[in-house]
Write a protein that binds this ligand. Sequence first.
Ligand code: SF4
Ligand code: SF4
Length: 267
Amino acid sequence: MSKKYDARLDKEIRKLAMKSGADIVGVCSPESLYKLQDHELRIKEMVSDASAIVVAAVRMFPAPIECSQSNVRPAQYETYCLYGQLDRIAFDVSRYLDDSGYRAVSIPAFLPVEMSTAKRGLIGDVSLRHAAEEAGLGRIGINRLLITKEFGPRVRIAGIVTNAPLKIDGRLKEEICNKCGACIKACPTGAISEDGKVDMKKCAPEILKYGLPGLIGVAKKYMGKGEKEIVEMTKDPAYWELWQTSVLGNFYYCFKCIASCPIAKKQ
Ligand code: SF4
Ligand code: SF4
């Protein structure tokens, strides 16, 4: 804990995050993430004297996730709403910190991410899963998702980097994932392995079916073709789906590793 720790501010920030819609809130130290690639550089770029990262999680409702097995749209829409909620939490907390005389930068809960194949690929500036783990919100499970005691992996996460003197929460000592293997069995692409690795080359074509991999697929199929094929493209449901995901701004098409996890699962 910093010498200048401000108990009142700490309490207000946590209260505000909950009032803005968070279900779980914690704070981690920036240093706890420096072991991750580029994180020290990225965090210091945002706030050069960063001393805390506020992390908030919002729960997913079980019904849309369950129904995603047969109809993915309710879970996609719920995800879209959740990211909106996380944006509001991050903005409210950042504004309060700014009003209080501190620097604050929200880490996008979803997009934008750096689009560089050479350096990072589709990876956020700060890993919110790891920040949440270091802030004591849960532990990362076999499926590489944050598993919380309260909601299992059914949460999405927001983060705010700041130089405010807040109390740092430690990571939970106990594991939460029970290594039951349900997520491994449920994964349609065999992307999750028993040693807790997820092969993104297998996962991405499924979860991002009509995200960037989908867009590249349609471009490859029709690029350089004649007028007749271009007219065919406009009648291709894959092309329509690409339009829909771009308009919605969310393109997750697989929720199976989330839906299958038994931790804190409501029936
Ligand atoms: S999102 Fe789908 S494809 Fe990707 S790891 Fe989870 S279950 Fe497998
Ligand atoms: S489904 Fe089982 S193995 Fe997978 S994350 Fe949940 S508890 Fe762990």
